[in-house]
Design a protein around this ligand. Structure first.
Ligand code: M6R
Length: 608
């Protein structure tokens, strides 16, 4: 939520910051702003709406300087107006800040500042941070350090100062901040995607640390004001992966990147002979693993759907009872945690606030904590004892695609590793490892599906305000995921349901032409699912089925089949979701919607 950036260097700051904001716009797009330090003052430009509005202002009202900050907003406190856009500054114009997060003691601080006679100009909690810093006196890090105990809640803040034109200061509690160190320059950002094109040498700021960033070095302090030593890390992501590369949208590019993303994820977790899974070096302590008797998977959104598939896999392959929880529920429901419980936070970004809170709860209760995560260096990656890193590369489209399929792969790898550790591996494991390696080819086949097939499916869905997605067993989570994809980018209501439950309520929705999308692959319960689809047809509804290309029984019932190749039943979720991603994408494009930046959403939900 919200993209923030700060730059100090030798280049003109406005193009650098605008470029960074463009790369961060997926984190929020309600308003944007920039502040530049120079000629003894801080000058600010802000605009409501998308970044292009700010870019136009910056073109007509040029600002010059080599130090500055920028922000792209996902509104929390205050409407998405220009007055509430960041940067916000204090009354005297001494300091300007950009902020990602929420101050929980907003009302108290606001009342206190009004009482003290401060003339507030916005409804934001961010302005309060600027005002508090502006009222402090003394040397620079102290002015910031002094206010930290006053801030309750979540914040990542980057600030610039009128009297220190060659410095940006960054501090955080919760939402991420990364500092890139380049030649004669440094960039602070809420995500590495904003700085990858300038440097790959980075330093991740920890909670309660303050970074005083200059173009020739960084001073890190803890909350007591003591110096912290930390060396930089070199990122292995390639800058080209955060460009659209000829595709119309990031989402489409990311859908087509799935064969490679899956290939890389599989290969990075196989042994040298590529015949078995290894989790060596990932932090899974063998002694602690011996104790595992139960698994908890905690996640949000699409990652929660991947966890539901994970439950099937872990219970089937390892016989370990597995619970799946929404992280936002888990953290408040006093889960039964013991040292025989493996808790896995499943998160693409590694920065989702609820997932992180659920993970830290598990850690505090002594459970073995793992994460399935896509971002090396992220908060989840740093919090967990053990990490299975998905190799999807940067995912920019707000609707998650390649991160999801690589999470499904990671779930299978985890289940196989737990099974091997428990001594249960046999020829099924060899078969699954082999199938995982041929999976990218199966996905490629699905991606080459006839355009005409999609055109028809798109017509059927884009004209209907409601639709139902049905699946059973391991494909039920894929029905949920297909419905979520459609909802979030096309704004059409779609409900994912277990097919056997349809008769207990949703069947009342069915009428002539009502679209029902079903996962009708060859599973143990396909006959039952086909029975459910007959009931759908009997009520005049239309059936779109995802099924293997040669499924006669499905052809006879469905109005339209989206074909996928045959794969092992435990891998079916991975191939089955791809046509649903493409379907949602095509419907959103057909409706003329902003696929990569759907309304009200942000890529990383870093506030509760
Ligand atoms: O980064 P995370 O995997 O923790 O994010 C969780 C959800 O916010 C995310 O999956 C969200 O549901 C996506 N927009 C789905 O496409």
């Amino acid at each position: 939520m919200c993209g923030i950036i700060g730059y100090v260097g030798v280049d003109e700051v406005v193009p650098v910051v605008l470029d960074g904001l463009r790369r961060l716009e997926y984190r929020g797009y309600d308003s944007a702003g920039i502040a530049v330090v120079g000629a003894g003052e801080i000058r600010i430009l802000r605009a409501a709406g998308k970044l292009r509005n700010l870019e136009q202002r910056a073109y007509h009202e040029p600002l010059h300087g080599t130090t500055g900050i920028g922000h792209t907003r996902w509104a929390t406190h205050g409407a998405p107006t220009e007055a509430n856009a960041h940067p916000q500054r204090d009354v005297s114009g001494a300091v300007a800040v950009v902020h990602n997060g929420i101050l929980e003691n907003y009302s108290d601080l606001r009342a206190e500042l009004i009482e003290a006679g401060v003339d507030l100009t916005s409804d934001t909690d961010t302005e309060l941070i600027a005002q508090l810093i502006g009222r402090e006196k003394g040397p620079l890090p102290e002015r910031v350090r002094a206010i930290l105990p006053r801030l309750h809640g979540q914040y990542a803040v980057v600030a610039v100062f009128k009297d220190e034109p060659d410095v940006v200061v960054a501090f955080r509690q919760g939402p991420p901040l990364v500092i890139g160190i380049g030649e004669d320059e440094a960039i602070v950002a809420s995500d590495v995607v904003a700085l990858l094109h300038r440097t790959r040498e980075v330093l991740f700021l920890d909670d309660n640390e303050i970074a005083v960033v200059r173009r020739d070095g960084i001073e890190l302090l803890d909350s007591a004001g003591d110096h912290v030593e930390r060396s930089t890390e070199t990122l292995d992501w390639d800058a080209g992966r955060v460009e659209k590369g000829g595709y119309r949208h990031f989402m489409l590019k990311e859908i087509f990147e799935q064969p490679d993303a899956i290939r890389n994820t599989v290969v990075s977790h196989l042994d040298a002979a590529r015949s078995g899974v290894i989790l060596d070096g990932l932090g899974f302590d063998p002694e602690k693993m011996d104790k595992i008797r139960r698994v908890h998977l905690v996640a949000c959104g699409t990652s929660w759907h991947a966890s539901l598939v994970g439950k099937f896999l872990i219970e089937k392959l390892c016989g370990l009872p597995t619970d799946v929880d929404y992280a936002s529920e888990y953290r408040y429901r006093s889960p039964l945690l013991r040292d025989d419980t493996l808790v896995i936070g499943v998160t693409q970004s590694g920065e989702t606030a609820d997932t992180l809170a659920a993970m830290s709860l598990a850690k505090s209760q002594g459970s073995l904590l793992g994460t399935v995560c896509n971002v090396r260096g992220s908060s989840a990656w740093r919090e967990a004892d053990a990490t299975i890193l998905t190799q999807a590369g940067p995912e920019i489209g707000v609707a998650s695609t390649k991160a999801f399929t690589t999470q499904l792969v990671a779930m299978l790898l985890l289940a196989l590793a737990l099974r091997k550790h428990g001594g249960g591996a046999d020829e099924l494991d060899t078969e699954l490892v082999h199938q995982l390696q041929t999976l990218p080819v199966a996905i490629e086949k699905t991606l080459s599906m006839e355009r005409a097939t999609f055109r028809r499916a798109t017509e059927m869905l884009s004209g209907a305000p409601n639709s139902l997605f049905l699946g059973r067993g391991i494909l039920y989570p894929i029905a949920l995921e297909g419905a979520l994809k459609l909802k979030e980018i096309s704004y059409l209501h779609a409900e994912g349901y277990p097919a056997g439950e349809m008769k207990h309520g949703p069947i009342a929705l069915l009428q002539d032409g009502f679209p029902v999308v079903s996962l009708a692959l060859n599973t143990a319960t396909r006959e039952k699912l086909l029975g459910n689809l007959m009931e759908v047809r009997a009520r005049g509804a239309s059936v779109i089925a995802v099924a293997e290309a040669d499924s006669k029984a499905v052809d006879e019932i469905a109005d339209l089949v989206l074909p996928v190749p045959h794969v092992h039943p435990l891998l079916q979720p991975i191939v089955a979701v791809v046509p649903l991603q493409l379907l949602a994408y095509n419907v959103a494009v057909e409706l003329g919607l902003d696929v990569d930046q759907p309304r009200n959403l942000a890529k990383s939900v870093t506030v509760e």
